[in-house]
Design a protein around this ligand. Sequence first.
Ligand code: FAD
Ligand code: DHB
Length: 399
Amino acid sequence: MTTSATGDLRTRVAIIGAGPAGMLLSHLLASEGVESVVVESRSQEYVAGRIRAGILEQSTVDLLRSAGLADRLAREGHEHRGIYLQWPHERHHLDFVDLTGRSVWVYGQTEVQKDLVAARTAAGQQVHYEVSDTALHDVDTDHPSVTFADSDGRPRRVTAEVVVGCDGSFGPSRAAVPDGVRSTWEKTYPYSWLGILADVPPSTDELIYAWHPDGFAMHSMRSSTVSRLYLQVPNGTDAQSWSDDRIWESLATRLGHGQDGWQLTPGPITEKSVLPMRSYVQTPMRHGRLFLAGDAAHIVPPTGAKGLNLAVADVGLLAPALVDLLSKDDARLADAYSATALRRVWRCTHFSWWMTTMLHTSGDPFDEQLQLSQLRWVTSSAAGATGLAENYAGLPIGF
Ligand code: FAD
Ligand code: DHB
């Protein structure tokens, strides 16, 4: 990387967004000798502190391991064999290891992000935090650039060989693909999640996904002392309008407190927020010298635990493609990136929609009967259970 007298930077890959996609990409590129500069609109602490995903699928764990990023994950993460699926008076365990030979890990996105930041900081990665006015230029030429104002308000420009948009669903990268080139597919759902973090040991050994006439509920966790739970709520719900008592009572009802002696233990709530649910896909994921990865190109509703895993899978494809393009002048993987990544994106988009519509109530009594029939099939048929397990535990990178 070089810096001119005016503060302009030159690098090989300009990465917009220091979330998991952007930081992992910078790490994988650096391990193959390809230098990058990352720009991020938020502070390092804000990005690391955002409470988001909690489940890593097998291929994500494999990739983090092979990248040398899984030491703490091995010590502090918890491997789960499967999940519980339930509806009133019935709880069934699906064992992904028996069904597919693959497992999942409980390890929060906050922890993944901290591990990435620690590794990149140790390696001297240049990350510009708290930038504003990020803009992309000349992405259909071979000298694309990104301009921004740095944290002191000074105008800066990074000129690169490639720009990668890892800037999530609100960043500027997806709109840098011209209108006539891009196609978008979108679906919003008529419900949201109220999520809480609580300082209480989980009341379950593995995650519980519960269908209930009052609405979906889920019991997840972050560690042996911290629980993460979710409730289906109407769109537009204000998290603060739900008292802690009302949250625990609703969770107890929907998760089946007292059913076959199972008890939900409440505890102090330390975080409360509402998450709207949306499916979104933008194609292509490459235009000229601009590549999109993670939430910048696609959003899934959280029910299948796919958002973070999909971002990691994109980067797992993109990093070797950029190494070949920039270090070996071989464009084959880069040319195939969008089509290859989109195969998995659409699989996960379908799975996330399928889990969401199976488990959330809409008030339509006909739909309820179909949901219950589907749940009975998924939990009693080897074919049904294996289909869910294969998608949840995750298909191999490159599927
Ligand atoms: P992000 O993590 O969004 O990172 C993008 C980065 O780009 C951000 O740091 C952002 O500040 C930065 N950026 C944006 N605009 C600019 C700009 N103009 N200039 C520079 N930088 C910019 N997934 C699950 O699997 N399970 C969950 O429970 C779950 N919960 C979620 C809860 C919330 C509230 C949200 C928003 C998402 C959740 N997700 C969940 C999805 C998952 O967290 C994302 O799929 C994952 O973070 C994607 O990583 P990413 O790096 O692509 O994008
Ligand atoms: C978590 C979130 C999910 O969307 C999911 O499907 C499973 C777990 C979590 O935050 O722990």
